[in-house]
Design a protein. Structure first.
Length: 255
């Protein structure tokens, strides 16, 4: 289960956020840390020469996949120094947790293993849309929290609708349960439905993504059952959370 953030749900800076610097850059990660983010999200891929990088885009100019490029060529085409995972983890050590969003199944184990070389398991949160990858990470690294991302993808919604015809009682949480994951990573539109209530009896921690507006942040950072919120605006989120914490009743003592 998630760490206990007394001030409210954890804040994960989506690609480091974009308030002070371009997202997915070392400068963005530094800004997220200065803003008080609890996690910095790192989109993990691997180059042809084995370098694990944090790169949101699957393909660069001319449709070239990141996985088909060397690290030097990736930086050349991207026109900035793409963050390496090892350097990013060292930047976070002792300051924030690493939210590893695994984009490529082939490098999943290597990414988690590298993170564990820098951070303790409780300061790592692995997320993925692939339930098979989630299950494999959970089996290989049982101490590391793992979540499955649900919603926000048209193809996924179409596939689910097709399955729902055959299995009318099928829940959108089925991939999370099938993977044995302990986090449900819900798109904010999906979370507005009854799915949030389904998470509690299953013992699932909930992460809601990606929320940027003041009203949405105020809602989800105060919502019962939400353990973390992903945002491009970590400084704004930290301010909203601080205001909400001032109005929140202290949690009941568990006996």
């Amino acid at each position: 289960m998630p760490p206990d953030f007394a001030g409210g749900p954890a804040i994960s800076a989506h690609r480091g956020g974009s308030e002070r610097a371009a997202p997915g850059t070392y400068e963005a990660y530094q800004a997220a840390l200065a803003a008080g983010a609890d996690y910095v999200e790192l989109d993990v891929r691997q180059t042809t020469d084995g370098v694990l990088v944090s790169c949101h885009r699957e393909r660069l100019r001319h449709g070239v996949p990141v996985t088909a490029l060397s690290y030097a060529r990736l930086c050349q085409l991207a026109r900035y120094r793409v963050p390496r995972l090892d350097e990013s983890l060292r930047l976070l050590a002792g300051r924030a947790g690493a939210h590893l969003d695994l984009k490529e199944a082939a490098c999943a184990a290597a990414a988690v293993d590298e993170a564990l070389g820098v951070l303790p398991p409780a300061q790592i949160l692995v997320t993925t849309r692939d339930e098979a990858v989630a299950a494999a990470v959970k089996a290989s690294f049982p101490a590391v929290p793992v979540g499955v991302t649900v919603g926000g993808d048209v193809a996924e919604a179409v596939r689910f609708a097709g399955r729902r015809v055959r299995e009318p009682r099928l829940s959108r949480l089925a991939p999370v349960v099938a993977a044995g994951a302990r986090w449900a990573v819900l798109h904010h539109r999906l979370a507005r439905g009854g799915i949030l209530a389904e998470c509690r009896p299953l013992g699932l921690a909930v992460m809601v993504w990606t929320v940027n507006g003041h009203r949405g942040l105020a809602r989800w950072l105060a919502a019962p059952g939400v353990a973390a919120v992903v945002t491009d605006r970590p400084a704004r989120a930290a301010g909203v959370r601080a205001l909400s914490a001032g109005r929140r009743e202290p949690p009941a003592t568990v006996r």
